[in-house]
Write a protein that binds this ligand. Structure first.
Ligand SMILES: *[C@@H]1O[C@H](CO)[C@@H](O)[C@H](O)[C@H]1NC(C)=O
Ligand SMILES: *[C@@H]1O[C@H](CO)[C@@H](O)[C@H](O)[C@H]1NC(C)=O
Ligand SMILES: *[C@@H]1O[C@H](CO)[C@@H](O)[C@H](O)[C@H]1NC(C)=O
Ligand SMILES: *[C@@H]1O[C@H](CO)[C@@H](O)[C@H](O)[C@H]1NC(C)=O
Ligand SMILES: *[C@@H]1O[C@H](CO)[C@@H](O)[C@H](O)[C@H]1NC(C)=O
Ligand SMILES: *[C@@H]1O[C@H](CO)[C@@H](O)[C@H](O)[C@H]1NC(C)=O
Ligand SMILES: *[C@@H]1O[C@H](CO)[C@@H](O)[C@H](O)[C@H]1NC(C)=O
Ligand SMILES: *[C@@H]1O[C@H](CO)[C@@H](O)[C@H](O)[C@H]1NC(C)=O
Ligand SMILES: *[C@@H]1O[C@H](CO)[C@@H](O)[C@H](O)[C@H]1NC(C)=O
Ligand SMILES: *[C@@H]1O[C@H](CO)[C@@H](O)[C@H](O)[C@H]1NC(C)=O
Ligand SMILES: *[C@@H]1O[C@H](CO)[C@@H](O)[C@H](O)[C@H]1NC(C)=O
Ligand SMILES: CC(=O)N[C@H]1CO[C@H](CO)[C@@H](O)[C@@H]1O
Length: 743
């Protein structure tokens, strides 16, 4: 548990401030960003368009390769599993479904499915791993049931906070099976092998401690307090090693914060390079040039993972929220943060936001660069392109808002942050045409990306009252002592702001030298819908797995989906979302948090058909379209995606295991296995209150759920593709929608 602040205070007090002279460890070196030459600055920032947005060419090509190639095969496998499930129930699939998925359709005719997995700490990561397993063609159980295969067929996989750990680790590990992901390749069986010894460590390297190997989540060790025997000396050594690893970045003049420490902690669980054998190996961590605990693994580096290169993973996206540095940059921000705050995404190709206030991207590999060209773009301000202007690579400190600005500090000294800002553009260099600015690489560490997405420490400050008495209190003096030149609020995450000068009129951080980033769930959109609502992505079905802990007992109550709808309503020019209940109370009263629900069932077909959804509005705000009816025509209102909502829920006859605290950060293997088993049951049982389930139960008592759930799921998955063809929903799918739709 990370809540034991007294113990941590003791541990921290044992750690000496780390002197700058200390030789850097392999991890520290690998975690330090480096200067790089900038590409042609006119192409450096991609403006995604205000009205008709565009995707990056790389993403387009990734998705199109999936829908034309790999994906077609994946859909056929999925269809086969669904057909078997249908046959077992003596039902016939609608002809349109069979035709769509059997290989005759490709490209835009196919369903375009995005999976979104919620935050909620290790609970959510584990729960959602089981949900993905239930959709995985490689799981014999899921394939046999008829739900397996959707994971392979989906185009996108989006994670936030604890969900980002799942998405990040899955993708960077090369898309192993979910049991392999959680327990490590050698301990992968979901039926008992999890308790075997953790000797699988050297999967990727052979020598145990290497940059490449993946060995599972190591979730037997806690995050901040991993020592299995509670040995405070081991704890102190552990923290010293972790904190030392951000030394190089700090010395390079980059803003560091607790998010960096968090990154180095999470790396030991969700990034290649750590196993049970080297977890507490501080000798090699200090002295070996090999043991980097995942430092140096970059989010942009996913493009060199073979399954990614083969377009054989759903396209991974990680979501991060922002606190505007212009408005409220302190950690005492009220939560949830405002819905209109910019939501950023990290995909392997790009970092940025499709939110209309920014709508701009940079290459993920150049995260942290402040070069700001843009001649010809008409949107960048002049003079932001100071040669010396970034937050010091090797000490060229400063954030130079001036062509000649940024009298940075001497090379090698800790960057003095904003030093360059006083350049004031005396020569008026119209940044961009000539300047290449200063670029960095190595900032987009996978561990840092997932740490930003789960950077909820500013909220702890708020909910626990006094920072000093919170579990992080003791870390602050340590950070201060170790990085004396840092002067930021250590509870926020920092990325030098490449978007300075972009979209001045609408982007709240257009003048800020850094982006201040926080947990992707702090806007209460615990399920990260936003990237899947981007119209240019054309996602037509979102499978949303929600293990957020909205209630006292750590179950969801619909807040995620209601928040997503409210945000879409607030930014209705950019996003649309199906009708949902107007409050969590209504959501719970309708028991929509108890079972899988489809939202938006009637949003795509002509609304003249009778089944108008109820008047559930999309928002508690007044700005929402009033009654949540389906659009009456297709000319103006875009069709929102259909949302398949799967909530975490207690099972009637089991001891609840899937609702551990968000702050529980360690599970013994047997516990993780039990949680996964229960979550798998939740994901595969369907709506036990459905007519199908009642019928089946009458014939065969003690069925775990709705035997038609796999078929109904496939109906939802293919429904927008059906509507595109102008065909009516029919057969078992019409019956499924009677049972599963919100109405
Ligand atoms: C940079 O890219 C722009 C647009 O593609 C092009 O017009 C320009 O010539 C390029 N400049 C250099 C120096 O390559
Ligand atoms: C966006 O696309 C629509 C439909 O294709 C078109 O009518 C409109 O002019 C476009 N808007 C912009 C700003 O390009
Ligand atoms: C399907 O039909 C067969 C043959 O009529 C029957 O034996 C079987 O019980 C039926 N299965 C279900 C689930 O209804
Ligand atoms: C995929 O198919 C669509 C049409 O079905 C086509 O426009 C597109 O160019 C294809 N892409 C690739 C990479 O083959
Ligand atoms: C393991 O270490 C030995 C000795 O240093 C080296 O020769 C070998 O290449 C290493 N193997 C791997 C997979 O790194
Ligand atoms: C992580 O390790 C696995 C093998 O264990 C490998 O397939 C994958 O490519 C590695 N990922 C990275 C980013 O190096
Ligand atoms: C350091 O690494 C070497 C090579 O992998 C290993 O033999 C040794 O046991 C490690 N040291 C510790 C203290 O674990
Ligand atoms: C690293 O090596 C040095 C010199 O060999 C040694 O003094 C030091 O104790 C080692 N560090 C650790 C953590 O063992
Ligand atoms: C940028 O510089 C050009 C010419 O130097 C000038 O015409 C333009 O007004 C400047 N733009 C801004 C936003 O200052
Ligand atoms: C920048 O450095 C030059 C040369 O050292 C010095 O003359 C000038 O005052 C400095 N400007 C600022 C704004 O610090
Ligand atoms: C920058 O220029 C503005 C406007 O000329 C002036 O008000 C400001 O004091 C200058 N800042 C510095 C640091 O020279
Ligand atoms: C003050 C400072 O750091 N100036 C440096 C700016 O960058 C150029 C190279 O681009 C160096 O030569 C200067 O010393």
């Amino acid at each position: 548990m990370i809540t034991s602040s007294a113990a941590l205070a003791l541990i921290f007090s044992l750690i000496p401030a780390i002197p700058y002279a200390t030789a850097q460890t392999a991890a520290s070196l690998a975690y330090t960003p480096h200067g790089a030459s900038c590409p042609n600055v006119t192409q450096f920032i991609r403006l995604a368009g205000s009205e008709n947005q565009t995707l990056s060419p790389q993403e387009l090509s990734y998705i199109s390769a999936r829908t034309n190639g790999t994906g077609a095969g994946a859909w056929q496998t999925y269809l086969q599993n669904v057909q078997n499930a249908a046959q077992a129930q003596n039902v016939t699939l609608p002809a349109y479904m069979t035709a769509l998925l059997s290989g005759s359709a490709s490209g835009a005719a196919l369903p375009n499915v995005g999976l979104a997995v919620s935050g909620g700490g290790l609970r959510a990561a584990t729960f959602n791993a089981a949900v993905l397993n239930a959709l995985d063609a490689r799981s014999p159980a899921a394939a046999g049931l008829g739900t397996g295969g959707l994971l392979q067929a989906a185009n996108y996989l989006v994670g936030s906070s604890g969900g980002s750990w799942l998405v990040g680790s899955l993708s960077q590990a090369g898309f192993p099976t979910l049991p392999e992901l959680v327990f490590g390749p050698g301990n992968a069986s979901l039926t008992g092998a999890a308790s075997s010894s953790s000797s699988s460590g050297s999967a990727g390297g052979g020598n145990g401690t290497d940059f490449g190997g993946y060995s599972g989540w190591n979730s037997q060790f806690g995050f901040l307090n991993p020592s299995p025997i509670g040995d405070t000396n081991v704890q102190a050594e552990y923290f010293q090693a972790v904190v030392q690893e951000i030394q190089g970045k700090a010395q390079g003049g980059f803003p560091v914060s607790f998010a960096d420490i968090w990154a180095r902690v999470l790396a030991r669980h969700f990034v290649n390079g750590t196993d049970a054998a080297n977890f507490f190996d501080f000798v090699n961590a200090t002295n070996s040039t090999q043991q980097a605990h995942g430092a140096g693994q970059l989010w942009s580096g996913l493009t060199s993972v073979s399954s990614f290169q083969a377009n054989a993973q759903p396209f991974p996206i990680i979501v991060v929220d922002s606190i505007s540095s212009q408005g409220n940059s302190s950690s005492s921000t009220t939560l949830p943060i405002p819905l209109t705050n910019v939501i950023y995404e990290f995909n392997p190709f790009e970092f940025g936001s499709y939110d209309p206030s920014l709508s701009a991207f940079i290459p993920t590999s150049l995260l942290g660069s402040t070069a700001n060209g843009g001649s010809g773009s008409g949107q960048t301000v002049n003079g932001t392109n100071g040669q010396n202007g970034t937050t010091g690579v090797g000490g060229n400190g400063g954030t130079g808002t001036g062509g000649q600005g940024g009298n940075g500090t001497a090379d090698g000294q800790p960057g003095t942050g904003t030093n360059g800002a006083n350049g004031n553009s005396t020569t008026g260099a119209n940044g961009g045409t000539s300047g290449n600015g200063t670029c960095v690489t190595g900032f987009d560490q996978t561990s840092f990306v997932i740490a930003l997405s789960s950077n909820l420490f500013n909220s702890l400050n708020q909910t626990s009252g006094q920072l000093s008495s919170s579990l992080l209190g003791p870390a602050i003096p340590l950070l201060n002592a170790s990085f004396p030149n840092a002067s930021r609020d250590f509870l926020l995450g920092y990325v030098p702001n490449t978007f300075q000068g972009i979209a001045n009129a609408t982007f709240p951080d257009a003048q800020s030298d850094v982006l201040t980033l926080v947990d992707g769930s702090e806007d209460a959109e615990f399920v990260p819908f936003q990237p899947l609502l981007v119209k240019a992505r054309n996602v037509d079905v979102i499978f949303a797995s929600d293990a957020s802990g909205n209630t006292d007992t750590n179950y969801p109550n619909g807040t995620s989906i209601i928040t997503a709808a409210a945000r879409a309503a607030a930014l209705s020019g950019s996003y649309s979302f199906p009708p949902v209940p107007s409050s969590a109370d209504q959501f719970v009263a309708a028991q929509l948090n108890q079972r899988p629900v489809f939202f938006g069932c009637n949003s795509a077909d002509n609304a003249t058909n009778a089944t108008t959804p109820n008047n559930g509005t999309a928002s508690t705000n007044s700005t929402t379209p009033t009654n949540g009816t389906a659009p009456t025509n297709s000319t103006s209102t875009p069709i929102p995606p259909l949302v398949i909502y799967l909530p975490n829920v207690p099972l009637p006859n089991d001891i609840a295991l899937t609702n551990t605290s968000t702050f529980q950060d360690a599970f013994a293997p047997q516990t993780a296995l039990a949680i996964i088993d229960q979550a798998y049951a939740i994901a595969t049982r369907g709506f036990v209150g459905s007519a199908f389930a009642h019928q089946a139960e009458a014939a065969t008592p003690n069925l775990p759920g709705d035997p038609l759930w796999p078929v109904c799921l496939a109906c939802a998955v293919t429904d927008r593709a059906r509507a595109r063809q102008g065909l009516p929903r029919d057969g078992v799918c019409a019956a499924c929608f009677q049972q599963y739709c919100f109405s």
